[in-house]
Write a protein that binds this ligand. Sequence first.
Ligand code: HEC
Ligand code: HEC
Ligand code: HEC
Ligand code: HEC
Ligand code: HEC
Ligand code: HEC
Ligand code: HEC
Length: 486
Amino acid sequence: MTLLFLLIANVCAPCHPAIVKQYESTGMARSSGKLTGAAMAATVQDPSSGATYRINHDHRMEFERGPVKGSRLLEWFIGSGNVGKSFLFGMDGHLFQAPVSSYSAAGKWDVSPGFEGKRTIQLTRAVEPGCLQCHASAAQPEGGVSCERCHGPGQKHIASGKAADIVQPAKLTAERRDGVCAQCHLTGVARVATANRKAGTFRAGDLLSDHLAIFVWDTAEAGELSATSHYERLAASQCKQASGDKLWCGSCHDSHREPAAAEKAGFYRQRCMSCHAQKPCTKAAASSDCASCHMPKGATRSVDHVAFTDHSIPRKPRTASAAETRRALRSFLPAPAGERETALGYAVAAMTEPAVRREAFERLQKAPRDVAVMAQLAQFHDRMGQEEQAMALCEQIVAIEPDHPAAAINLAIYRIKRGRTAEAIALWEAALKRSPAMTGARMNLAVALSRSGQREKAMAALRQALRFEPDFEPAMRLLRELGATP
Ligand code: HEC
Ligand code: HEC
Ligand code: HEC
Ligand code: HEC
Ligand code: HEC
Ligand code: HEC
Ligand code: HEC
C-alpha cells in the first residue's frame, strides 16, 4: 500500500532539524494519519459472517452479505504498518473502526483483531478515545505521536530557546520520567482515570499517578509471569530489579530513532555492556548478539498489544508459563491507588475474569460514589436481577448526566416495563443522540414508538438503525411488519 503523509510543518524543525528528520521514520511518528494516495486493492472474505469486504484504490470499502450491499470511505489509519494498520471511517460526525485491517507480516488484509467470529457485518464499533490517546496527539486520528507527548508543551521554549522551558524526560525524577513512556506503553489489566485529576490531561513531566491508576494481575505469590506489556515485563527482569531507577526504557531505546537492521545487534549490545562489561557473559563472546539469546522474540508479532520481544531479559528462554491465577489486582505505579480507582479497576477486570466479580461488587459498594462508580454498580445489580437498586442508581446518574448511554438505555427499559413509555422514548433518544450506533437501543425505541402509535417515527428509527448496521435482520423484519420496504 502506498501511503503519503500530509507533512504538517513541525514547530521544532527550525532549531532541531536533525532530530525532526530522524524521528519522522519511527513507528511512533507514523502511528496515525489521513489516508492519501492510492490504496492496494484487496478482498477479504469473512468465513463466520459470510460477508465480503472489498477495498478499492480510492479507499472505499465495499461490503456485501446476501442481498445487503453498501460502502464506507476509509479516511484514517491507526498503526504505522510495521506490524499492521487499523482503519477508521466517519459517520454523522462519529468515528468507527473498520472490520478489516492490513497485516504487514502476512502482506494482506484480514478481519480486524477482536472482530473475528461475528455473524453480521460489523460497522458500529466506535473508536475508543484510548486508541487516539496512544496513537495520535489530539482528538483527531492524525499526525502520530508528536514531540510534545514526550517533551510537554513547547510554546514557551520555542519563544525563549531555553532548556529550562522544556521537559527533557531523562532529566526528570525516575517516577516522572517513567510516566512519559508509561502513559502509552503500560497497558495493564485496567487503566482508570483518577477522580481528582489535578490539571486535565497528562503532560510530560506530570506524575502519571495523578491522572491514572493502572492495575495488573498480582501474580507475585505464584511466581508467574503473565505480564504482556513492555513495562510489566521489564519490571520483572533481574536487570531492573537489581538496578532500580537507573534502568528505564531510555537505557536501551533512542526515542528519536530506530536502529537499522544491520546495526541492531551492536546497538543493543552496547546498551547491555554499559552495565555488564565488568562481568561478561559466561556463555557467549562479548561481541555476540546479546538480545538474540536474552530477549528472544515471540513466534508471530501481532497487533494485539502484547510485547513481541521478551523484556523480562531471562537467563534462558522461558518455557510457556503455567495457567495463571487471577485473583487479585495490584496497582503498578509507585503511588498507591485510591479506593474508588481500585474498585473501578476490579470492575473492568471482572468483565473478562469471573473470579473477581464478587470482590469488584464489594469494593464498588464501599467506594466513594460518583457517576463512574454508580454506573458500574448499576450494571452489577442489573445482572444480579436486583432491578430496584439498579433503577435507583440509573435515576441518580441520569439526573447528573442525562445522556449517559448505559444508564439512560437501562433506565428506559425499567420505565417501559412500568408503562412509562414517553419517558422511555425520551431517554433512548437522548442516549442515541450521543451514541447513534447502538442498534439495540434504537430497536427498543422503534418498538416503543410503534406501540404508542407513532408509526412514521418508528420507521425512521428503523431506517436509521439500518444506516449504521445494514444487515440487521430484526430491523428489516419490523419495517416489513409496519408495511414498509427496508
Ligand atoms: C527557536 C529555536 C528552538 C525551537 C523552535 C525549539 N527549540 Fe528546543 N532548544 C533550542 C535551544 C537553543 C536548545 C539548547 C538550550 C540550552 O542548551 O540551553 C534547545 C534544547 C532543547 C531540549 C533539551 C533541553 C534540556 O533540558 O537539555 C529539548 C528537549 C528541546 N529543545 C525540545 C524541543 C521541542 C520538543 C521543540 C518543539 C516543540 C523545540 N525544542 C523547539 C532551541 C529551540
Ligand atoms: C503518546 C503515546 C506514546 C508515548 C508517550 C510513547 N510511545 Fe512508544 N509507541 C507508541 C505507539 C502507538 C507505538 C507503535 C507505533 C506503530 O508502529 O504504530 C510505539 C512504539 C515504540 C517503539 C517501537 C519502535 C517504534 O518506533 O515503533 C519503541 C522502542 C518505543 N515506542 C519506545 C518508547 C519510549 C522509550 C517512550 C518514552 C520515552 C515512548 N515510546 C513513549 C506510543 C507512545
Ligand atoms: C495504552 C495505549 C494504547 C491504546 C489504548 C491502543 N494502542 Fe495500539 N499500540 C500501542 C503501542 C504502545 C503499540 C506498539 C507496541 C506494542 O505492540 O505494545 C501499539 C500497536 C498497535 C498496532 C500495530 C502498529 C504497528 O504496525 O506497529 C495497531 C494496528 C494498533 N496498535 C491499533 C490500535 C487500535 C485500533 C486501538 C484502539 C482500539 C489501539 N491500538 C489502542 C498503544 C496503544
Ligand atoms: C517517545 C518520546 C519522545 C519523542 C516523541 C520525542 N522525544 Fe526528544 N527526547 C526524548 C528523550 C527520552 C530524550 C532524552 C534522551 C537522553 O538524554 O537520554 C529526548 C531528548 C531530546 C532533545 C535533547 C537531547 C538531544 O538529543 O539533543 C531534543 C532537542 C529533543 N529531544 C527534541 C525532540 C523533537 C524535536 C522531537 C519531535 C520531532 C522529539 N524530541 C520527540 C523523548 C522523545
Ligand atoms: C542499567 C544496567 C543494566 C542494563 C542496561 C542491562 N542489565 Fe542485565 N542486569 C543488570 C543487573 C544489575 C543484573 C543483576 C546482577 C548481575 O547478574 O550482574 C542483571 C542481570 C542480568 C541477567 C541475569 C538474569 C537472571 O535471571 O539471572 C541477564 C541474562 C542480563 N542481565 C542480560 C542483559 C542483557 C542481554 C542486556 C541488554 C539487552 C542487559 N542485561 C542490560 C543490569 C543491567
Ligand atoms: C535492556 C534493553 C531494553 C530495555 C530496557 C527496553 N527495551 Fe524495548 N526492546 C529492546 C530490544 C532489544 C528490542 C528488539 C528490537 C528489535 O529487534 O528491533 C526491543 C523492542 C521494543 C519494542 C518493539 C516491539 C517488540 O516487542 O519487539 C517496543 C515497543 C519496546 N521495545 C518498548 C520498550 C519500552 C516501553 C521499554 C520500557 C518499559 C523498553 N522497551 C525497555 C530492548 C530494551
Ligand atoms: C548464545 C546465546 C547467548 C548469547 C549470545 C549471550 N548470552 Fe548471556 N547467557 C546465556 C546463557 C545460556 C546464560 C545462562 C547460563 C546459566 O544459567 O548456566 C547466560 C548468562 C548471562 C548472564 C548471567 C550471568 C552469567 O554469566 O551466568 C548475563 C549477565 C549475561 N548472560 C549477559 C549477556 C550479555 C551482556 C550478552 C551480550 C554480550 C550475552 N549474555 C550474550 C546465553 C547467551
